[in-house]
Structure formats: C-alpha cells, structure tokens
Design a protein around this ligand. Structure first.
Ligand SMILES: Cc1cc2nc3c(=O)[nH]c(=O)nc-3n(C[C@H](O)[C@H](O)[C@H](O)COP(=O)(O)O)c2cc1C
Length: 358
C-alpha cells in the first residue's frame, strides 16, 4: 500500500522536467490514437496523451504515411510519441525525429504482442532480450534531450514476472518513466491485468510508474493508484468513443452519468470533422466506422441507427444524419468549433523536413 490517498486526480506530477497536470494518461492505441483522439483526451482531462506506435523503420525510410504520425498539434502537450523497432541505431534516429517533431516524451513499445511486430524482434519480443532492450533504451536516451519512457507487458508467457527484472535495468539504461500493462503477451487482452505486479515494480524503481490495464471507472482508478503507488493510471479501451469516461475518472463523483444524445452527437461530429481534416476524407471514412459503434453504443442511440451510419459513404452524410437525429447538437457543436485553432496554427511547429512538406 502506498498510503498516498490519491483522491485528487487533478494533482500534477513530473516526468523529469515535464509536468503532467493530472494523474490520468490516455493510452496509445494503434488505429485509434489519432491527433483528434489525443486532443479530445486532453480536453476531457487526460494529463498526458500518446500517439499510436510508429515504426522506426517507416521513419528511417521517410515513409509518408508514417511521417504523418509525427504531426503534433499545439493543444496536445504534454504528448508522447511512441516508436517501435529492434535496432538501437534506428530507434535512436527515430527518437531524434520524434523530438524534432515536438513531442515532450519519446515512448518505446516493449509490449506489442502482435506477431507481425514481435517476429521482427520488436514489441513484446524485447521482454525476452534484456540486453537488446537495454541497448535500445540507452541509445534512445542518449540521442534526445526529452525524457524517454518504456511501455511494457508483464512478460511473454502467462504468469511471467519478467517486467520486474527488466524494469530496474531499463531505468539504469535511461528510462525516466515506465508504463506497465500487467498482462502477458500471450494473453493479448483476455483475463485481467494483475496490478500486484505494478505495485512490485513501483517498489523496485525510483522513477514514476504508470498503471495500464482495465481502468474503466473512477473507483477502479483510485483503487489501483492506492494499491500500487503508481503515479498515474492509463485509460485505453474505456475511452474509445467515450471521452466522458476520462472526465468521470479525473473529476467524477462516481455516478457514471451518461452524456445526453445531443452531447454525444456534437462530440462525434466534431471528432469526424477533425479526423477528416487530419487523414483526408477517403482514409477517414473507413477509419471512423468503428467509432460510430463506440460513440452510439452504451444505450445512447438505437442499434439500427448505428448500422445505418456505417452504410453511408461520406463523412458529410454521417454528419447530416446525426444532426437530423439530434438537432440540439448544433449549438454544442458551434461551441466546440469556436475553440479549435485552425490547422495552420496547429501544425505551426512542424519542421517541413519531418513531414516531407505535405
Ligand atoms: C486497439 C488497441 C490498440 C493498441 N495499440 C497499442 C499501441 O500502439 N501501443 C501500445 O503500447 N499499446 C497499445 N495498446 C494497449 C493499450 O495501450 C493498453 O495498454 C491496453 O489496452 C490495456 O489498457 P485498457 O484495459 O485500458 O484498454 C492497444 C490496445 C488496443 C485495445
């Protein structure tokens, strides 16, 4: 037990010199954590947000789509960009690009269980190769002046405690913060996250630890912070199509009140427009389909309505249909849009060399 009494999740904490204003971190999620998602997360109270995992090979080869993942908006800070790879030199080079792009932290993925990633020696494979994991961490920490973090799972095999051996060595190699998702790679997302390991890790290292896995409510967040002594909790799946969960965890009174239909429709339309601006209409319309189910679920809209939206061809059609179903959303939407910096301003700090000028 930490004896920390973390009722106030609006208390700031530090990763090296980076001040994180709340104890809730928005999880990196491939296919989800676009800029619009991260900016929304910050607006709803996440103290730190993270990009999805970005391939260091893609960065090295200046792949245009990969470089698009390095775009940082002015209202995202503090923000981590997560990279994955298996070669210290390439990871160090990618980390330099991430720093140049304006990230406040370089995060490294030592936890991805997907075979396409692990077979290249990256992601969760690194939990099995401590020498390489430490070599990468050291190379990256030496390459940049921003703090470096590592996100890992408990180990590859079920019941593994590998994270407890590796964690302190990663800190010695230069990691300024560790995030632990205490499931094995084998487990993928089944079973549950065993945060007794998070508590053990906290007791072994003198850097902040972020607890990831199954944080779905304020009660769960408080219980995990209290039981582990972690500096923050990370919220992933619970925030998909549900930014209100972040606000509830940070500030709520535990009653899990649902937002009104108008609020949901306004937030979704805003998200659609931001994403279309970010990814372009063609990519955005496919990307967004899963979000319709996430936003409109929770009993907020009838199921046939969601099915209808998924069939529509353009994001404009979806917006029109949403406004027809919840006309009161227009006023809330106008409020949301007033506060958005335009894209020129958002991308002001972006070195042309990083994004290839596009
Ligand atoms: C769709 C999806 C994509 C994910 N992508 C990443 C990723 O790119 N990098 C990473 O470190 N973790 C990734 N994760 C793991 C999450 O960051 C988080 O650790 C995990 O989902 C457990 O937290 P949760 O129970 O709050 O969802 C992903 C998870 C999901 C569900």
């Amino acid at each position: 037990m930490s004896g920390l009494m973390p009722e106030n999740l609006r208390e700031s904490w530090f990763i090296g010199p980076v001040e994180v204003p709340t104890r809730v971190v928005l999880a990196p999620m491939a296919g989800v954590s676009v800029q619009a998602f991260r900016r929304q997360g910050r607006r709803f109270g996440a103290g730190l947000v993270c990009s999805e995992m970005v391939s260091c090979a893609g960065i090295e080869h200046r792949n245009e789509k990969t470089l698009g993942y390095l775009r940082v908006a002015s209202d995202e800070h503090p923000l981590a960009i997560q990279i994955f790879g298996s070669e210290p030199r390439a990871m160090a080079e990618a980390a330099r690009m991430v720093e140049a792009a304006g990230a406040d932290l370089v995060d490294m993925n030592f936890g991805c269980p997907v075979r396409k990633v692990t077979k290249t020696g990256a992601g969760a494979h690194l939990l099995e190769d401590a020498a390489l994991a430490c070599g990468i961490t050291e190379a990256v920490a030496n390459a940049v002046s921003v703090p470096v973090s590592v996100k890992m799972r408990r180990g590859v095999e079920d019941g593994s405690r590998r994270c407890l051996e590796l964690g302190p060595r990663l800190v010695e190699a230069g990691a300024s913060v560790l995030t632990l998702h205490p499931r094995s790679a084998r487990q993928m997302y089944t079973g549950y996250a065993d945060h007794t390991l998070t508590a053990e890790l906290v007791s072994l290292v003198d850097v902040p630890v972020i607890a990831s896995g199954d944080i779905t409510s304020r009660a769960k967040a408080l219980a995990v912070l209290d039981a582990t002594g972690a500096s923050a909790v990370m919220v992933g799946r619970a925030a998909q199509g549900n930014p209100w969960a972040i606000a509830e965890i940070v500030d709520g009174d535990g009653d899990d009140a649902q937002p009104s239909r108008e609020e949901v429709a306004a937030e979704l339309i805003h998200f659609i427009r931001e994403t279309a601006r970010e990814l372009g209409e063609r990519r955005a319309s496919g990307f967004l389909k899963k979000f319709y189910a996430w936003y409109l679920g929770h009993g907020r809209f009838p199921k046939p309505f969601k099915n209808e939206l998924v069939q529509l061809h353009s994001t404009d059609e979806v917006v029109t249909r949403l406004l027809a179903a919840a006309p009161g959303a227009a006023a809330r939407l106008a409020e949301l849009e007033v506060n958005v910096p335009d894209s020129e301003l958002l991308l002001e700090g972006m070195p042309i060399s990083v994004y290839g000028g596009g």
